[in-house]
Design a protein around this ligand. Structure first.
Ligand SMILES: Cc1ncc(C[n+]2csc(CCOP(=O)(O)OP(=O)(O)O)c2C)c(N)n1
Ligand SMILES: [Mg+2]
Length: 348
């Protein structure tokens, strides 16, 4: 476990943590493959969006991939994931076929939500992905609700509830943290602190810049994590999930990360310097994992090149699949739409 994880509750109760996790060839290869898929898929999605092949919004996750790579190797299969609108990488890493993810971006019936969700609303029931939410902070309460349902049913699943640094300034975070702690809900709250909410830096939104400290007012154990390191992310998720599964209630992770691209595709990026972006790219998780694989002789340059080619081919296939798929037919319009027959406010 990373030295950075120094969490304790305000009462001084230390959180149990795994010391000195050792990682081998298999996990590094998995991280490399997962990061490659997320990155190549989104590089392509960015190009296609610019060419107006699909519409709506498009928020890329490029730069932040170590978070999901580290999460997925630490989680149990039926754990739950919920996030905001920067959500293309989540289904990919959880195993939704890339062609279904691409078709969803294109709004086609073969997409993972039958083309009705689009870029900001990825769901996959079979892989316990509960969205994809466009209202900043909304998923914080929904994530706690999922955890409540699991606890109520007596399950041992953990919900990983992702939010941005901008979302933590929403009031709903405080109500949710309080209730989740009170009811000891099985949820890991994950702040992906990429330093900006659109063009507004963390420093400008509040006097509290160390966001993990937001948990401490609710006696929620919390820890800062280096989000450019798959090892540190994996360790942090492992420890947080173990704490939650032991019945002790929520855990808060503040994962420090960075998005290389703009907030969305229409962001001129005038709020930050080129040097700042370059500085983070020097710590790029894909490069770090690649160097480790080569240094340990767990893979050759040629093998990594082959992996990259295979991933690019998979992404190209997903584009072909999406472009050849039809749009949802008209009679799909009212299917999967929630309605309540006795809703009292409907007037004929
Ligand atoms: C309730 C609400 N207010 C404002 C917006 C507009 N908005 C969309 S994204 C965003 C910034 C959120 O930033 P952050 O939580 O840091 O996530 P990031 O984009 O960095 O992943 C804002 C203000 C919104 N979607 N919902
Ligand atoms: Mg942000």
């Amino acid at each position: 476990m990373s030295d950075q994880i120094t969490s304790s509750t305000p009462k001084g109760k230390k959180v149990k943590k795994e010391e000195h996790m050792v990682f081998g060839k298999e996990i590094y290869l998995r991280w490399y493959k997962d990061i490659l898929l997320m990155r190549r898929f989104e590089e392509k999605a960015g190009q296609l969006y610019t060419q107006q092949k699909f519409g709506g919004f498009c928020h890329l996750y490029i730069g932040q991939e170590a978070i999901l790579a580290g999460m997925v190797t630490a989680m149990q299969k039926d754990d739950r994931v919920i996030t905001a609108y920067r959500d293309h990488a989540h289904p990919l890493v959880l195993g939704t076929p890339s062609k279904e993810v691409m078709a969803e971006l294109y709004g086609r019936i073969t997409g993972s939500s039958k083309g009705k969700g689009g870029s900001m609303h990825f769901f996959d029931k079979d892989r316990n992905l509960f969205g994809g939410h466009g209202i900043v902070g909304a998923q914080i309460a929904i994530g706690a609700g999922i955890a409540f349902a699991d606890k109520y049913r007596g399950g041992d699943q953990v919900t990983y509830c992702f939010m941005g640094d901008g979302a933590v300034r929403q009031g709903i975070l405080h109500e949710t943290f309080n209730m989740a702690m009170n009811w000891k809900l099985p949820v890991v709250f994950v702040i992906e602190n990429n330093d900006y909410a659109m063009g507004t830096s963390v420093e400008r939104t509040s006097n509290v810049h160390e966001l993990y400290k937001l948990g401490l007012s609710y006696a929620m154990p919390a820890a800062p994590v280096n989000g450019m390191s798959c090892e540190e992310v994996h360790s942090a998720f492992t420890d947080a999930a173990a704490h939650v599964r032991s019945g002790e209630g929520p855990f808060l992770l503040e994962i420090k990360t960075y998005r290389y691209r703009g907030h969305s595709m229409s962001d001129p990026g005038t709020y930050r310097s080129k040097e700042e972006v370059e500085d983070y790219k020097q710590r790029d998780p894909m490069e770090t994992v690649r160097k480790k694989l080569l240094m340990e002789k767990w893979a050759t340059e040629a093998q990594l090149e082959k992996m990259d080619k295979e991933v690019k081919a998979e992404v190209n296939d997903s584009v072909k699949f999406a472009e050849e798929s039809p749009y949802p037919p008209l009679d799909e319009l009212y299917i999967d739409v929630y309605k309540q027959k006795d809703y009292p406010f409907i007037k004929d």
